[in-house]
Design a protein. Structure first.
Length: 452
């Protein structure tokens, strides 16, 4: 992700014009039309006592292969990294840079499986994940026959809305309330039937500026995906969505599930939500409870709310709310990599190219993180999931923050997952994490006749 630190971009952007993801991606290396075939190149570090930089070079894919995806890898810290390569570009090679010592190797064919390569005391394994192998498709998501309910918002802009995505079966007596992360949407078709079989009806809240609530929104809304200057504003639609769910049945158990920023929002609901007393269990999947960038960037992000308050005090803030902290000028590997494996990703519901992370949003995140650390931990049983493969947060450090959420915590640190531990590089990892969640819930008494 390209970044411009702290630059004020003239206040709120224009909201005119419809969002066209193919048009927005035009001129970048990434072709969202589906006409260009991309594979993923996956790298595992098998042996290294030093950080590595991995990139694809000499290719004609464009800036992704040449420039934007160098990734620092170290054995045990990042077990798998995925880069993106255009099919049919035979001049692509993998470059491995170990503290200034450069090595290259040909990118294997998709039929080769994992190919190991040694460079002195460094050993890696590489494989190509072919475009044709999909983990979750739009057709599979459609086959789930999910229902939607649009929620009207009080005091919102005319184009703003919130959407509840849900599925119920008559026999189920429990429910799961799913809160996606920033720039996220529910597309996990493979969890639907196992959750229903475990006795859980499914409700997903996709609040304003996120997921299906963005479909039909203008260009500016998509670029400001998930922007908010106070997470408490989301309580209106989160409360309304929970109320909608609780009106469908008299549920015995209510499981609150949150991923990434949705996990941070879940802690807000546990503290201030109208129906917080209805929550019987909580599952957090890589929750955004701390900035994980390290160095000066993490220091600035951690204190974004205090910085914003200070600038307002001395009348310097101006349009700071919409000042760009980071902007996706060129696509990185992250969203294209998900799109290749999970084409259920609707580019109208998830901003794959052109998103802006604002200082106003960063300040709102830091304020919620501070509020979490200041609260008395709750007692709701909590399953806390984190991973060493997290590309967004410091997965190992993240476990230290579970104690602020609940005094009744079960933690699982799982190797080799993506930031969303149910949206992994390999379907077997999705199964592993889902079985762990359902197994924990079953031990807690949340289970149906077909539970795992």
């Amino acid at each position: 992700m390209g970044s411009c630190m702290g630059g004020v971009c003239g206040g709120a952007p224009s909201l005119s014009g419809e969002w066209d993801p193919v048009r927005v991606a035009a001129g970048t290396w990434f072709d969202l039309s589906g006409l260009t075939i991309y594979d993923m190149v996956q790298v595992r570090v098998l042996k290294s006592d030093r950080p590595l930089q991995i990139a694809i070079e000499n290719g004609t894919t464009g800036k992704c292969s040449n420039k934007t995806v160098p990734a620092v890898l170290k054995q045990g810290a990042m077990p798998l990294r995925a880069l993106v390569v255009e099919r049919g570009k035979n001049d692509n090679v993998l470059e491995v840079n170990a503290l200034g010592t450069r090595h290259t190797m040909p990118i294997p064919s998709s039929a080769s499986g994992w190919v190991e390569q040694s460079f002195g005391d460094v050993r890696i394994a590489v494989r190509r994940w072919p475009w044709e192998r999909k983990i979750a498709t739009a057709e599979q998501l459609q086959a789930c026959e999910l229902q939607t309910e649009e929620l009207a918002l009080v005091g919102a802009q005319p184009h703003e809305k919130a959407v509840v995505v849900y599925k119920t079966v008559p026999k189920n007596k429990d429910m799961i309330f799913w809160m996606p992360g920033r720039n996220d949407t529910f597309m996990h078709s493979y969890v639907v039937q196992p959750l229903l079989d475990a006795g859980l009806d499914i409700y997903v809240i996709e609040h304003r500026k996120n997921g299906r609530a963005l479909v039909g929104a203008p260009d500016g809304e998509h670029r400001l995906v998930s922007h908010v200057d106070d997470f408490r504003k989301y309580l209106q639609e989160i409360n309304a969505a929970m109320s909608f769910a609780l009106r469908q049945k008299s549920y015995e158990k209510v499981v609150l599930y949150g991923h990434s920023t949705g996990g941070l929002e879940a802690t807000l609901f546990l503290r201030e939500g109208e129906a917080r007393d209805k929550i019987t269990h909580c599952v957090l999947n890589s929750p955004f409870l701390d900035w994980g960038e390290g160095g000066i960037q993490e220091l600035l992000a951690d204190n974004a709310n205090e910085l914003t308050d200070f600038l307002k005090l001395i009348n310097v803030a101006g349009s700071l709310e919409f000042a760009v902290m980071r902007e996706t000028v060129e696509p990185d590997h992250f969203f294209p990599g998900i799109w290749i494996q999970y084409p259920a990703t609707d580019p109208h519901a998830r901003t794959l190219v052109g998103e802006k992370v604002t200082w106003g949003w960063a300040a709102a995140v830091s304020a919620m993180q501070d509020a979490l650390k200041a609260q008395t931990p709750g007692k709701v049983p909590l399953l806390f999931l984190h991973t060493d493969g997290d590309e967004i947060l410091d997965g190992k450090e993240l476990g230290d923050y579970a104690r602020f959420v609940s005094s009744n915590v079960t933690k699982h640190y799982i190797t080799g997952c993506r930031h969303d531990m149910l949206l992994n590089h390999e379907p077997e990892k999705n199964d592993e994490v889902l079985k762990l969640i359902l197994g924990w819930l079953s031990k807690e008494g949340v289970k149906g006749p077909g539970s795992w």
